[in-house]
Design a protein around this ligand. Structure first.
Ligand SMILES: C[S@@+](CC[C@H](N)C(=O)[O-])C[C@H]1O[C@@H](n2cnc3c(N)ncnc32)[C@H](O)[C@@H]1O
Length: 282
């Protein structure tokens, strides 16, 4: 069982540090702030709520539930109904977040909803339905209807720590669940993950940086969602850093996936990323 240690982030909200992954669940600049400004705001949920009677969100890597909580909080008093499918491998994460009082940054209503999700893996009232699918997302994603999601919150641990969820094959399964006019948000701007998104026919762009220099990524099939990449970002996608992670049968370990990519990078004739860095950050 993963050992989870509570940590305070810069906006005062708490997160966990995972002993297994040696990584925090959120940015140290603010867990609550990240869920709002990295995910909910760029997904333009309030604007959608004016025109859609129901909004569908796919929350990949539910964790403590911050991203779903932020969406619930934003939309609970709007005219629309919210339906969330969330994927998570470890049921003790949302449970411990409740037991250790971490979710008190949210309203009473949202906290009650999160408690029920952690206990029963589902919640429904007249404004929101949430279904938490416990298991390896590489399998549970297959139960989500195709082209269903208006917004996808894509929040695995970082690619070097959890490459299983950043592969060409898994990202294709995720993209298949995205509606033509939907958008996918993630905190990472790694060239390898953008390349995997392009391979799934998504258009990719940057979201504004949040407390750090690097931006996040927004991806969609409809270009209206996506600001154009800069020249430097486009060239980054032609370097060795853009060699994507691969998991042909969607069941390999992190080590196997990392080794496979290192080998492909070593054999690749793409420009070394250090050369690209010198050109753009001399
Ligand atoms: C960065 S955290 C997500 C943080 C979360 N969005 C939140 O707001 O708290 C990554 C999560 O991915 C989960 N995870 C790791 N491997 C997974 C897998 N193969 N399938 C589904 N979830 C996985 C971890 O248990 C962890 O909760």
């Amino acid at each position: 069982m993963d050992q989870l240690t509570a940590k305070v982030t810069a906006d005062g909200s708490l997160t966990f540090f995972s002993e297994d992954y040696q990584e925090c669940f959120h940015s140290r600049h603010g867990a609550k702030q990240e869920s709002i400004y990295q995910y909910v705001v760029p997904a333009k949920l309030l604007a959608r709520a004016q025109t859609q009677s129901e909004i569908h969100i796919l929350d990949v890597c539910y964790g403590l539930g911050y991203n779903s909580a932020a969406a619930i909080e934003f939309l609970y008093n709007s005219p629309t109904r919210l339906v969330i499918h969330a994927l998570e491998i470890d049921a003790q994460v949302p449970q411990q977040a409740i037991d250790r009082g971490i979710m008190t940054v949210w309203s009473e209503t949202t906290q009650q909803i999160l408690k029920e999700i952690a206990r029963n893996y589902t919640f429904t009232d007249r404004k929101v339905s949430v279904f938490l699918h416990i298991g390896d997302a590489r399998q549970t994603i297959k139960t989500i209807p195709l082209q269903w999601a208006d917004a996808i919150f894509f929040d695995p641990f970082s690619p070097p720590k959890c490459p299983q969820l950043w592969t060409v094959e898994f990202i294709k399964l995720v993209a298949d669940r995205l509606h033509f006019d939907g958008c996918l948000l993630t905190y990472s701007c790694a060239a390898a993950i953008r390349k995997a998104m392009l391979a799934a026919d998504l258009i990719v762009g940057s979201t504004p940086p949040l407390g750090r220099v690097a931006p996040g990524t927004i991806a969609a099939f409809n270009s209206r969602w996506v600001p154009p990449l800069t020249i430097a970002e486009q060239e980054h996608l032609r370097t060795k850093a853009a060699v994507p992670y691969r998991d042909p049968n969607l069941c390999d370990s992190a080590t196997t996936i990392l080794d496979r990519r290192s080998k492909e990078q070593a054999e690749s004739s793409l420009e070394p990323t250090s050369q690209w860095k010198r050109r753009h950050n001399p």
